[in-house]
Design a protein. Sequence first.
Length: 313
Amino acid sequence: MLLPFVFHLANAQGLTSGFYNLSCPSAENLVKTMTEKFVAHAPNFAPSLLRLHFHDCFVRGCDASVLLNSTSNNTAEKDASPNLTLRGFQIIDAIKSALEKQCPGVVSCADILALVARDAVTAIGGPTWPVLTGRRDGNKSLDKDALTGLPRTDMNITQLKEKFASVGLSVKDLAVLSGGHTIGVSHCRSFGARLYNFNGTNDTDPSLHPSYVANLKKQCLPADLTSIVEMDPGSFRTFDTHYYSVVSKREGMFTSDGALLTDSTTSAYVQAQVSPQSSTFLTDFGQSMMNMGKIGVLTGTSGTIRKQCAIIN
C-alpha cells in the first residue's frame, strides 16, 4: 500500500487555500451561493452532491472523471452500475456554466465537486471544513474503473480497510466517512439480499437486529427494485451522530455499515459517537473529507480545465 499512498500525498502538495483568489476571486462564493439555493429548494440533493464527490475521488482520484459522458466508443464511469443512481449532475453543470461566464477556463470541475460537497453538507446544518483547491480535470473515464475502484456496500471489514488503504485513507477515515450515511436514502435493491437471500441462503443476515429486519421487510418486498428507504431512520435529513446510534444497535442498512462493528478500531469509534455530547464526528468528518479530497489529484500542468464538465475539451 506504500506506493499509492506516497503518490496521493505527492500530488496533494499542489493544493492550496484560496487557489482562485487572483484568477477568479468570486469563485468560492458563487459556488456556495448557488449550492445553498439548490439545496434550499430540494434538500434531498445534499446527500447526492456529497456522494458525487465520494464516487469521483475513489476512481482515478478527485479529477471529475465521474462527470464525463459516455461516447460512441467508450462507456464512462457514470454509466457503471454503482453510479446509475447518482444525481446532481445538472447542479454541477449549472454552477460550472455560471463560473465560465465570470472566469472562462479557470475553475476546474474537480474543485467544483469538492466545494459543492462541503457547501451542501453545511447548507443542511452539517459541519464545514476548509477545502483546498487547485485540482485539475482528468480526460479519462471508464466504467470498469468504477466497478473495481468504488467501495461496495456489501463489503466486509477486511475488504473495506483494504479499499481505503489503497487510496491512502486510514481505518479512522473509513469509520468517519461511513457516517455520511446519516443523510439520504437508498433503493431496496441495494440491500434486499440481506433481507431475503443473504449469501445465497434464502434467509436473513443474522447480524441484523430482528426488529429492524421486520421494519425493512414492510418497506421492501421480495424483488422490490424501486422503493426507497431512509438510511438513518428518523434522522435522514439531519447531519448528526444518529447514524452511529443506529449502527451500534445492529440497524445499519448495509453490510458495510454493520461491518464497522466487526473491527476493534471501527467498533470503538462507533461506540464513542453514540452520545452527541462526547462525539467528535462532526469535526472528524471535515478532516476525513479533506483527506479524501486529496486522493490522486491532478495539479500544476497535469490534466486540464474542462469547459463543460461532461465533455472533454
